[in-house]
Design a protein around this ligand. Structure first.
Ligand SMILES: [Zn+2]
Ligand SMILES: [Zn+2]
Ligand SMILES: [Zn+2]
Length: 261
């Protein structure tokens, strides 16, 4: 036991599944595992801390579904719309006049957030209901409630993007890498021996900025984690069909899935 609980708030690619205007087999599937909100997870520690990774367009719905009423920090992987446009909805977590919420992100990501949500950051809004973030520029490992959190730089198109690795006492417990095409040798070294790997696996067909299922399996094969969960799934993937026949220890994640690590 690592003392962490992981809840998948969303496991879908940027447009979500079902996709607007699509009548394909997955988009019309009645398997609830084929309904995927935009990617985000909640990480909870046995010490009672709750950390959100990414704040996409479905954040409000995800918080209501999972009964999330308090957060201790928000970690952002990169500023693509499907990971940040729910940022304003974080206002419900800084209701009190003096309440703030730490937001961890790479400096380039904080810069984009500052442009997208200028009214949150420009200090002019004193209305108590507004979101009051406490931006923390991520530059290497940081501490969260007794865990070490290591940003793992990954290649994902033109945007600077990281995954997050949670360690305790140097032991790699959980890695969350929702958007990724390639992991550097240094990144792979940091991830070596991780117990639970959550990784981008968009679809079977290769994509320029996301790992395909086969590419994600190659990463998992190299790291051989205790368990691997595929996320950021597109509508080309039908859960029951494509989940069957994956190597042992590898499964497709789905919305609402909760793992006690
Ligand atoms: Zn994404
Ligand atoms: Zn479809
Ligand atoms: Zn992205």
């Amino acid at each position: 036991m690592t003392g962490l609980t992981l809840t998948f708030l969303g496991t879908g690619t940027s447009v979500g599944v079902p996709m607007v205007g699509c009548r394909c087999e997955t988009c019309t599937s009645d398997d609830p595992r084929d309904q995927r909100l935009r990617c985000s997870v909640l990480v909870e520690s046995e010490g009672g801390s709750s950390w959100l990774i990414d704040a996409g367009p479905d954040l409000r719905q995800q918080c209501l579904r999972e009964g999330i009423t308090a957060l201790d920090a928000v970690l952002i992987t990169h500023p693509h719309a499907d990971h940040v446009v729910g940022f304003d909805d974080l206002r419900r977590f800084t209701v009190g006049a003096d309440e703030t919420l730490p937001v961890y992100a790479r400096p380039s990501c904080l810069e984009v957030l500052g442009k997208m949500f200028f009214y949150i950051f420009n200090g002019e809004n004193r209305y108590p209901g507004y979101f009051k973030p406490e931006p923390v520029a991520v530059d290497g490992e940081f501490q969260l409630g007794g865990f070490e959190v290591v940003p793992v730089p990954v290649e994902h198109g033109k945007v600077e993007c990281v995954g997050y690795l949670f360690r305790r006492g140097g032991e790699p417990l959980l890695a969350y890498i929702p958007d990724c095409k390639r992991i550097s040798p240094e990144g792979m070294e940091a991830l070596a021996g991780v117990d639970c790997l959550v990784i981008d696996a968009l679809r079977r067909k290769p994509h320029p900025t996301h790992l395909s299922i086969d590419e994600a399996l190659a990463v998992a094969g190299e790291l051989s984690p205790g368990q691997t969960w595929l996320t950021h799934i597109a509508h080309e993937v039908l859960h029951a069909r494509d989940g069957a026949g994956l190597p042992e220890g590898v499964q497709i994640a789905y919305d609402g899935l909760k793992l006690q690590l």
